[in-house]
Design a protein around this ligand. Structure first.
Ligand code: ZN
Length: 59
């Protein structure tokens, strides 16, 4: 599980959708930052890069 942030009201949630307004909730970290972070801390590198790329596809 990971922490997500509502795109509409900014509420943090563990779910994929905001419990207040039902908008989609995503990871609050920008994709670019996630990739840099992943390079620096190699443990979960592949997983983080994959998720960051998926985030970029959505936009
Ligand atoms: Zn919301």
């Amino acid at each position: 599980m990971s922490l997500h942030k509502c795109q509409k009201c900014g509420t943090y949630t563990m779910k994929d959708f905001c419990s207040k307004c039902n908008e989609e909730a995503r990871s609050p970290a920008p994709a670019k930052f996630s990739i840099e972070h992943a390079k620096k801390y190699g443990k979960y590198r592949r997983e983080l890069i994959r998720r960051a790329k998926e985030e970029q596809k959505k936009k």
